[in-house]
Design a protein around this ligand. Structure first.
Ligand code: OXD
Ligand code: MN
Length: 617
């Protein structure tokens, strides 16, 4: 191995704890050499990756990569949170004792980087200078150069972040070792992969993947799992899988901020990159802060604030097009340095394509290869037909997003006016229902879910619950999590208004979507802000306040009155059924605060009263 000390000296790493950590893992993994990276190494690393055939050019200033075919997504079963304390076990965090898991990971990683470089990536998950800085710094060690390219896009990378720590020990130790992808038994009984967060030691050990959140450890493992645990144990903040936007009203000159969680495939990135519909565009401008993670805290003046700790967007490519998300297309245009993974690629024209990019795939298949690298022209009948993988992605920095907020880099974040939750629900959930009670808002987030994709017998209409959309990243027990939410938001002098939104309700007869979605979603959010300001009063129902029929700004929107009527009404019987599912779901969580149970019972009782009233009427 090269002289690690000399490499660290040359790179200017002065933090002795970082030096110890790098030395330890370089020795254990037997890496051939160590290389310390900062963001301005990007051009050189891109060239090295191009030369090595790890990436290909996708036009000018854009790049394309394929992952190993069995390494295309996060693996929830292999993802584990470990600590010393068995009381940290929750329903969703796959808790195991760290005394059992750490040696297991060390054994897998021992000698696993022989002959390879180990890149040292010091990073910050926050705009520099933030009050949450003590929780934001990490050092990822990785043996994959494409992972470094992703980290440079998704987080702030540079040695200065670790050298200038107030407490030099407080960085997350995040070790990523790819392993021999072809012999890891992915998805079999002999699966060798483990994605471990040792939360009480602020150590992340991921083995057996080079893809996405399994490998770029600043994002999910640190930005969500570790940060959620740190936020809880320090009692100071929440780390959530939330998008974050600003809405500026040119008429009043005010900007309001909304954050919120949506389970996968519920349109979170599209919502975060929302543009105002044409008719409202002169008055309202939506600005983008982030599409996937928000950290929330209450400042010394009692204001609830949020930052997006990320520096980029790791977005799902599928179905991204001019109608669904023109902003994303601009953010990955040529010259942005964007990286595409597992989309289809034309090796002659250097174009990329994914399902939903255009209604039909390119008519002339010449030169096109699917995400596995197979020539489209040669694969007849061999595959499921898709050109891109369903979880194919684009990676681009926040600054490439055309409507990025001017203050996205502000270390103090932005004040939060509203927190929204939304799933993809074909019935029951109206377009929007506002919730002005803290416990009922937290209860609503806890009972968030996505429709199960399978319609197993007896399961129709049942949700896969996904509390606050954090289920895959939950790092401590759910009851404590609810308690922490009540405590953090409860400390705000001005409480945010909560709301549940649903853009996906369908007509029960012919199945058409009742609401056009996309840009028009702004109309529901504007109503919510007006409700908070007392400019509209809405219509109170057992499950929240809904817009009165004449309160939504529908300027420029052609919508059938019957559709609008259904979008803004409550199916009481359907809700009563849902309350029984919720009861069973919540019962799994020990220590769920009494306020949450009371909120649940209040809703159930109000629905029963309403049913009785309807029955009489
Ligand atoms: C995710 C992601 O897996 O954001 O949720 O990549
Ligand atoms: Mn996500």
């Amino acid at each position: 191995m090269d002289d690690v000390e000399q490499t660290l000296d040359t790179a200017g790493v002065t933090n002795p704890h970082v030096r110890d950590y790098v030395r330890y893992w370089a020795n254990l993994t037997r890496a051939a050499r160590v290389e310390v990276v900062s963001a301005n190494d990007d051009a050189r690393l891109l060239q090295e990756s191009l030369d090595a055939g790890e990436i290909w050019p996708a036009g000018s200033g854009r790049y394309y990569a394929r992952s190993y075919q069995k390494d295309t997504a996060r693996s929830e079963e292999r993802t584990i949170v470990a600590t010393r304390n068995p009381a940290d076990k929750g329903v969703y965090n796959n808790w195991r004792p760290s005394s059992e898991m750490k040696p297991m990971l060390e054994a897998r990683m021992r000698g696993a980087c022989a002959g390879k470089a180990m890149y040292v990536v010091p990073y910050l998950m926050a705009p520099p200078g933030s009050p949450l800085d003590p929780y934001a710094c990490g050092v990822e060690l990785t043996d994959a150069r494409t992972v470094v390219l992703h980290m440079i896009r998704m987080s702030r990378v540079g040695v200065e972040y670790v050298n200038n720590l107030v407490d030099p020990t407080t960085f997350v130790r995040a070790v990523h070792v790819t392993g021999d992808l072809e012999s890891l038994g992915q998805g079999t009984a002999d699966d060798q992969r483990y994605f471990l967060t040792v939360a009480d030691e602020r150590t992340i050990l991921h083995y057996g993947s080079a893809y996405g959140g399994n490998a770029l450890l600043g994002k999910i493992a640190h930005g969500l799992r570790q940060a959620a645990y740190d936020g809880w144990t320090s009692g100071t903040f929440l780390a959530e899988q939330f998008m974050l936007i600003g809405i500026t009203d040119a008429q009043t000159g005010t900007t309001r901020h909304i954050c919120g969680g949506f389970p996968s495939a519920s349109g979170k990135t599209n919502l975060a990159m929302l543009l105002a519909p044409g008719a409202l565009g002169d008055r309202y401008r939506v600005s983008f802060y982030g599409d996937d993670i928000a950290w929330l805290w209450v400042d010394p003046d009692g204001v609830l604030r949020a930052i997006n700790p990320e520096f980029g967007v790791f977005g799902v490519a599928k179905d991204t097009n001019e109608r669904t998300n023109p902003v994303a297309l601009e953010a990955v245009a040529e010259g942005t340095g964007a990286l595409f993974t597992n989309v289809a690629y034309n090796e002659q024209s250097q174009q990329v394509w994914w399902e939903g990019r255009t209604p039909q795939p390119p008519a002339d298949a010449t030169g096109w290869r699917d995400w596995k690298g197979q020539l489209i022209s040669e694969r007849a009948g061999e595959t499921d037909g898709s050109w891109a993988h369903a979880n194919s992605r684009f990676t681009t920095t926040l600054a490439n997003v055309p409507n990025i907020a001017v203050d996205f880099n502000s270390p103090y974040g932005v004040p939060i006016d509203a927190i929204i939750f939304g799933g993809r629900t074909r019935d029951r959930e109206p377009l929007i229902r506002a919730i002005d009670d803290l416990a009922e808002g937290v209860y609503d987030g806890l009972t968030l879910g996505a429709e199960a994709t399978f319609a197993a017998e007896g399961l129709e209409g049942q949700l896969r619950y996904d509390p606050m959309s954090l289920r895959p990243f939950m790092s401590y027990p759910e009851g404590r999590y609810a308690e922490h939410w009540l405590r953090i938001i409860g400390a705000a002098k001005q409480k945010p208004i909560f709301a549940h939104v649903n853009w996906f309700q369908r007509d029960p007869v012919d199945d058409h979507f009742l609401w056009p979605g996309y840009r028009d979603n702004l109309r529901a959010l504007l109503w919510l802000l007006q409700l908070k300001d007392g400019q509209v009063i809405g219509r109170r129902t057992p499950v929240g306040v809904l817009p009165a029929l004449d309160e939504l700004d529908l300027d420029g929107l052609d919508i059938a009155p019957a559709d609008l009527d259904r979008l803004l009404s409550i199916d009481v019987a359907r809700w009563q059924k849902e309350m029984l599912f919720r009861e069973q779901y919540l019962e799994q969580f020990p220590n769920l605060p009494a306020e949450i149970w009371q909120a649940h019972r209040r809703l159930a009782a109000a629905l029963d009263d309403e049913a009785e009233f309807e029955g009489r009427g």
